[in-house]
Design a protein around this ligand. Structure first.
Ligand SMILES: *Cc1c(COP(=O)(O)O)cnc(C)c1O
Length: 474
């Protein structure tokens, strides 16, 4: 252990030197600004947001979100004109955010009956929804068939349910096949196994009730380069060509999933993750790593698609993409307040905050995220901290070995790229979940109120005494 401890100490010192050398990235990467030394979102100082709405607090920059959507739409128009753009609901399933995306012309990609219900409740046209997922209820499939939603079949028996619904409703279901291109994952139909052929046969046997029109795959996450995605596309194209050749099926929509990365955050490599968990060694900063711009990424996919279709004499199908992170990651940050700082001899100081990995920032477990001292951007970096949450377990840390300025109670930290998978994974372990606000035209608007204590017992069948306070402050 002492040898290991020694190695850990050396690696941590190295990591600290590296963080010092790298410094901080420009705030413009996220579109946030420095207003007199305080980090501001859409011109609104984070200290004011923290004071007015409390912490932990998720803050959406509405203008940045809209700009991002428009940028992605412009790239699509240029590289793959006519392509369908849907947003992966599970990435950030806050109705106020989803509404902004839909108002900007983005469709919905849903993976559960709840998400399907939400898309319908938000008034999204059924034809602008793609229904994926491994556990679709009969009721939600009925809705999808009735509303003309593309249902991507995930397993052998699911097609029977879709066909039964279509027969009952005397409609033709829009059907896609989700391909399992990565055998170690549980999703989709294995192109080499019998299930795919079985589903195809069932569709072809019921031409009045199934329109087999799409292929779907989703194979990556936070990808920084198109390489793997493009190779998977080639395998999907082989399936498309097999369907045309063997069954005379013409695939009209190729849904290449999501997984497009952002330059400001990254998945830790296996080695980085191991060193981080074992020794608290900070991984390298995401913005220092090579990153392929989305335009070039999409162009690689488009070139592969067109070249394949030309070579094989097939018509070029329409394309659908289902990004989550690409659209929302950078447009949202998490504000958390330092509640206490503890010095321990021979150890990194602890900064206890109200946003740990377990309750509020789960992606920080396996992704690298930048952090700023939002309440004082001018305070110089000082030493590495272990930043923890407020749940009483050692595993509720937010950062380890993170070089930060000298911290004190009351300081406000901003965790960047909180717009993908933060609110989705948040839990109410001992504390209610955070509020979500959007800053727009210089004013803040609550998208989701902070949970109060009554909300936490809202589903319980128990008589409670009348208590005059319920944690719903602010
Ligand atoms: C999660 C998911 C996405 C979006 O993934 P991102 O990495 O956030 O882009 C798209 N499609 C499906 C089927 C998914 O499960």
């Amino acid at each position: 252990m002492s040898v290991l401890g020694g190695i850990g100490g050396v690696l941590r010192r190295f990591s600290c030197m590296r963080q010092k050398r790298q410094g901080k990235p420009p705030l413009s990467l996220w579109g946030v600004t420095d207003e007199g030394g305080v980090l501001a979102v859409g011109g609104m100082p984070c200290t004011r947001l923290a004071r007015d709405y409390g912490t932990p607090l998720l803050v959406v920059d509405a203008a940045a979100l809209l700009r991002r959507v428009q940028d992605v739409q412009a790239v699509l128009n240029e590289v793959l004109p006519g392509a369908m753009l849907t947003y992966s609901y599970k990435t950030n399933c806050i109705p106020g955010i989803l509404r902004m995306l839909h108002n900007a012309g983005v469709g919905a990609e849903v993976i559960s009956p709840y998400e399907y219900w939400l898309s319908e409740s938000l008034g999204v046209d059924g034809g602008q929804v793609v229904y994926n997922g491994v556990d679709k209820s009969r009721e939600s499939i009925a809705g999808a068939v009735a509303r003309g939603t593309l249902v991507n079949i995930d397993s052998r028996d699911e097609i029977d349910v879709v066909l039964a619904e279509a027969r009952e409703q005397r409609r033709t279901a829009r059907v896609g096949l989700r391909l399992a291109l990565n055998r170690s994952a549980q999703f989709g139909l294995d192109p080499e196994g019998g299930d795919l052929a079985h589903v195809v046969r069932n569709c072809l046997d019921a031409p009045d009730h199934a329109d087999l029109m799409a292929l779907h795959f989703n194979v990556t996450s936070n990808a920084r380069h198109s390489g793997y995605h493009t190779r998977c596309l080639s395998r999907a194209l082989d399936v498309m060509s097999w369907l045309a050749r063997e069954h005379g099926v013409r695939i009209r929509l190729l849904d290449v999933g999501g997984g497009f990365g952002v330059e400001t955050s990254k998945n830790m490599s296996g080695v980085e993750y191991g060193l981080y968990r074992l020794f608290g060694v900070q991984p390298g900063a995401a913005w220092m790593d090579p990153f392929q711009d989305f335009r070039l990424y999409l162009r690689d996919l488009a070139d592969t698609l067109r070249a394949f279709c030309t070579q094989n004499g097939l018509p070029v199908p329409g394309v659908c993409i289902e990004p989550g992170r690409l659209l929302t990651s950078k447009a949202e940050l998490l504000l958390t307040q330092v509640k206490a700082v503890k010095e321990r001899p021979g150890a990194e100081p602890f900064a206890i905050t109200d946003a740990g990995r377990l309750s509020q920032a789960f992606p920080c477990d396996f992704e690298w995220h930048e952090a700023f001292l939002a309440s004082d951007l001018r305070r110089p970096p000082s030493r590495p901290y272990t930043v923890t949450g407020r749940v009483c377990t050692r595993s509720d840390w937010l950062y380890r070995g993170k070089l930060l300025p000298e911290l004190a109670s009351g300081d406000v930290l901003a965790v960047m790229d909180a717009g993908a998978y933060f609110s989705s994974y948040a839990m109410n372990f001992a504390f209610p979940r955070a509020a979500v606000v959007a800053v727009e035209d210089g004013t803040a608007r609550v998208l989701r109120r902070r949970e109060d204590f009554r909300h936490l017992v809202g589903m319980d069948d128990v008589a409670l005494a009348d208590v005059t306070w319920d944690g719903g402050e602010r």
